[in-house]
Design a protein around this ligand. Structure first.
Ligand SMILES: NC(=O)C1=CN([C@@H]2O[C@H](COP(=O)(O)OP(=O)(O)OC[C@H]3O[C@@H](n4cnc5c(N)ncnc54)[C@H](O)[C@@H]3O)[C@@H](O)[C@H]2O)C=CC1
Ligand SMILES: O=C(O)CCC(=O)C(=O)O
Length: 410
């Protein structure tokens, strides 16, 4: 059976930034993509814009910022893969308007984050960060101090999604009492107790861990007022996004001893590479565990993410399937090796489908199958047709007013 490609694959440039796992390169190569470049670092500014001039498929993790301005200039870019859960590093609406679906990996690193959080809860409850820092300086802090077992303590989980719910199960297995708060109704796992408000959760918890996405609602959701609601001596863990906690306020609460310790993996501004310096108001505190956004950085997670996101990008590039895209109408579709496939992305305008169909019917070309999905603003249609002069058809499809992008898979 002949293979059909969405551009001759030798012309498709795949650029993978930020040390994305080599498993993704292997996937692209196995699917016939030979022009794959993998860089260890993130890119920004002019360097990023330059590189994107020749890129069709881009893979990033959390450091590369894809603004509307950057996307506007990336004329050849037709798909973006975030090799992460979070997609806040991409202006999704701008990508959508440019006809660029954005894919991510919603599950693959969740267990890794949950395990790190559990380890941090134990470390913080035993005051290990401060004792470890002292030992490195030659000081011997052998005292029970405020060290506690986690068994029987209350853990508050904010955001009971993929990560929060796994933390819940692991914490209960260690004998913790779990409380959670979510804006959505979520099935309680084990004996976890749902709280009606964030304040209720903060008031009950000996340790609070945050597992919400970055949204306008979660920005600074833990600030002075919320920290004041926490029990004196409670712990705070943030492995979600840096924007979720006001770190100046957290530093004040730590200074006063109101918060006894914290573990922080994410920051409002993170160094773009390992050679850049990292600064945070939390660096002054021995009782704060600081990690460089490595919640999901395990070999298992990264290998799986590499495979998962590469697979979604390849399916889109080869077949037009947008399943798993976070900003795009979802079309689930199998390859069609016998017909010519066209992809048409357009502004959702009345009568446009008629114009598309006219391109074929006007020439007596049979449309064998058609798959359309729309949202309020854009439409995405896949057309399998029996045509001979396919390039001419493609050009006519591109010329239809309100077309954002048209491609032919061949
Ligand atoms: N540190 C790291 O390396 C990693 C960080 N993350 C971060 O963790 C976040 C959570 O990941 P998942 O659990 O997989 O996401 P998820 O989407 O499965 O769960 C998020 C939960 O938060 C809830 N939520 C949203 N807004 C809320 C609000 N204002 N108040 C309370 N609950 C709210 C949602 O309803 C959902 O249940 C990601 O969005 C990402 O930013 C994810 C992976 C790795
Ligand atoms: O591993 C990364 O670069 C990003 C992890 C993360 O924050 C996510 O998956 O949302």
């Amino acid at each position: 059976m002949p293979k059909r490609f969405s551009l001759d694959k030798k012309y498709i440039k795949v650029l993978l930034l930020e040390g994305i796992h080599p498993s993704s390169v292997e996937s692209f190569k196995a699917a016939g993509y030979t022009n794959v470049e993998r860089l260890k670092t993130a890119l920004d500014g002019e360097e990023l814009e330059q590189k994107l001039q020749e890129t069709h498929i881009l893979g990033i993790r959390s450091r590369t910022q894809l603004t509307g301005q950057v996307l506007e200039k990336a004329q050849k870019l037709f798909a973006v893969g975030c090799f992460s859960i979070g997609t806040n590093q991409v202006e999704l609406e701008a990508a959508r308007q440019h006809g660029i679906p954005v894919f991510n990996a919603p599950f693959s690193n969740t267990r890794s984050v949950a395990e790190l959080v559990i380890a941090e809860i134990i470390m913080l409850m035993r005051e290990i960060p401060a004792k470890n820092a002292a030992a490195h300086r030659g000081d011997w802090l052998k005292s029970v101090g405020n060290a506690y077992e986690v068994r029987g303590k209350n853990l508050g989980i904010v955001g009971y999604g993929h990560i929060g719910s796994q933390v819940s199960v692991l914490a209960e297995a260690m004998g913790m009492n779990v409380f959670y708060y979510d804006i959505e109704t979520k099935l309680s796992l084990g004996k976890a107790f749902v709280c009606d408000s964030l304040n209720e959760l903060l008031q009950k918890s000996d340790a609070v861990t945050l597992h919400v996405p970055e949204t306008s609602d979660t920005r600074n959701m833990i600030s002075r007022n919320q920290l004041a609601q926490m029990k004196r001596g409670a712990l705070l863990i943030n492995a979600s996004r840096g924007s979720v906690v006001d770190y100046e306020a957290l530093a004040e609460a730590l200074k006063k001893g109101h918060v006894a310790g914290a573990a922080v993996d994410v920051f409002p501004t993170e160094p773009a590479s390992n050679t850049q310096k990292f600064r945070s108001p939390l660096q002054d505190f021995d009782n704060v565990l600081l990690t460089p956004h490595i919640g999901g950085s395990t070999q298992e997670a990264q290998e799986n993410i590499g495979l998962e996101v590469a697979d979604k990008l390849i399916r889109y590039s080869d077949n037009g399937s947008t399943v798993g895209a976070v900003n795009f109408p979802q079309v689930s579709i199998q390859p069609n090796y016998h017909k010519q496939r066209f992809l048409h992305i357009h502004k959702n305008t009345p009568g446009l489908l008629k114009d598309i169909n006219f391109v074929f019917t006007n020439k007596g070309i049979n449309i064998a199958a058609q798959y359309l999905q729309t949202d309020a603003e854009i439409g995405y249609v896949i057309i399998d047709a029996e045509c001979n002069n396919c390039n001419k058809i493609l050009n006519e499809l591109k010329a239809i007013p309100h077309t954002i992008r048209a491609r032919m898979l061949y």
